[in-house]
Design a protein around this ligand. Structure first.
Ligand code: BEZ
Length: 390
């Protein structure tokens, strides 16, 4: 057989396989995606942005992933951990979803990760950074498109120590995200020679900061490190400035402090420096295309949450394409994601062995309504995935 004929036969075989699998996927019902996100409360805007981003990617693929149409079932988790197990079980047992996408709040995400793992349901976490999800609770079928709480904290701690800051006070909400963000910060800051003088907390989603701001003023650290997000971040940044602290004790944070919040924070946020796996002004063709499409579709600028939602859909698409639309073939989906390079608006990334993004953490500074990238705080930072056994 000559080379030309061999090539033609190979192409014909590949095309018939492609047609067969496309036809197979065509005849199938839609894939049911359970969106479990906060649509009310302090994290409501974050949930909306994640859903927008997810749906944008699906729309860009003609409404299909792996050749299958997508159908959505939505649950408002209210960022309320005590309701999380019931909420996730509604999706798994009542609605029979094929995959769960959620959520924002780490406490809710941990209940979801347990229910998803116990039932073998695919779970893509598009925000919540709880270390346990890609640590002791990790699973072949659980993936994260976002970050671990440790990552931005560690990157900011390293950058602050490098700047020569010697002492800091931390302030955050008392729950997994705050504790772990501060934990990452401390690890890097103290390794770099810094000292944390005091850790201050308020219960989630409390926003009564006055007494703690008075305490910070009395301690007089070189700087403050904080984790707040959503509505709480807006209030904290405004209160910090109103207390007269902004020009006396520089405020730094995990980038959620100023992401998706700048319009509401106004001048109180100007100049703040944060670390995050996304920033304004990356100016790459991939990010520019994403931003343009998002702005056109929603008449809004995307933020980190929109980008994480977009990448959650992208990851599901990669898995489903490898499984030829067979969402039950979880081994094929996992194998594809474990070896994928995900072409994210943040920059390309791969997943760690525990399924968390290995990514650059940008150093950003607020200029007007933007979190301008001013450098890279930690390059290719991988969460240690402590306690994950798969
Ligand atoms: C969390 O609970 O993990 C979280 C919430 C909002 C922003 C970032 C992290």
């Amino acid at each position: 057989m000559n080379l030309h004929r061999t090539t033609l036969l190979a192409v014909a075989a590949a095309m018939s396989m492609f047609t067969a699998s496309a036809a197979h996927a065509q005849g199938q019902p839609p894939i049911k995606v359970g969106l479990m996100l906060p649509y009310t409360g302090t994290y409501a805007a974050l949930g909306d942005a994640i859903e927008n981003g997810f749906k944008l990617y699906v729309a860009e693929q003609g409404g299909k992933l792996g050749g299958r149409a997508i159908e959505y079932v939505k649950v408002d988790d209210e960022s309320d951990p005590p309701k999380a197990t019931d909420n996730v079980n509604k999706l798994i047992k009542r609605d029979n979803v094929d995959v769960i996408v959620g959520t924002v709040h780490s406490g809710v995400a941990m209940a979801m990760a347990k229910a998803a793992k116990d039932s073998g349901t695919l779970l893509i976490v598009p925000n919540a950074g709880a270390g346990a999800v890609t640590g002791p609770m990790c699973a072949k079928t659980t993936f994260r498109s976002s970050f671990s709480n440790w990552q931005p904290g560690y990157a900011m701690g390293a950058a602050m120590a490098k700047k020569g800051i010697k002492t800091a006070v931390t302030i955050t909400w008392k729950y997994a995200a705050g504790d772990e963000s501060v934990g990452g910060f401390k690890e890097a800051f103290e390794k770099g020679g810094g000292k944390v003088l005091k850790d201050l907390t308020v219960p989630f989603p409390n926003v009564e900061f006055q007494a703690l701001l008075t305490e910070i003023a009395a301690i007089k650290p070189d700087a403050v490190y904080t984790f707040f997000a959503g509505g709480g971040a807006v209030k904290f940044v405004k209160d910090y400035a109103a207390a007269g602290l902004k020009d006396k004790i520089p405020l730094y944070g995990a980038g959620f402090l100023t992401d998706g919040t700048l319009e509401a924070q106004g001048a109180a946020a100007e100049g703040l420096m944060t670390a995050l796996h996304y920033a304004d002004g990356l100016n790459t063709p991939r990010d520019n295309a994403f931003r343009l499409a998002y702005a056109k579709t929603y008449k809004l600028q995307p933020d980190v949450y929109a980008m994480q939602g977009y990448d959650a859909a992208q990851m599901l698409g990669i898995g489903l394409a490898a499984a030829k639309g067979d969402v039950k073939n979880k081994a094929a989906i996992a194998a594809a994601l474990e070896k994928a390079t995900i072409d994210s608006p943040r920059g390309k990334f791969r997943l760690s062995p525990s399924h968390n993004p290995v990514q650059d953490l940008y150093l950003r500074q607020v200029v007007g309504n933007e979190n301008k990238v001013i450098g890279i705080a930690s390059k290719g930072l991988a969460d240690p995935g402590r306690g994950c056994k798969m």
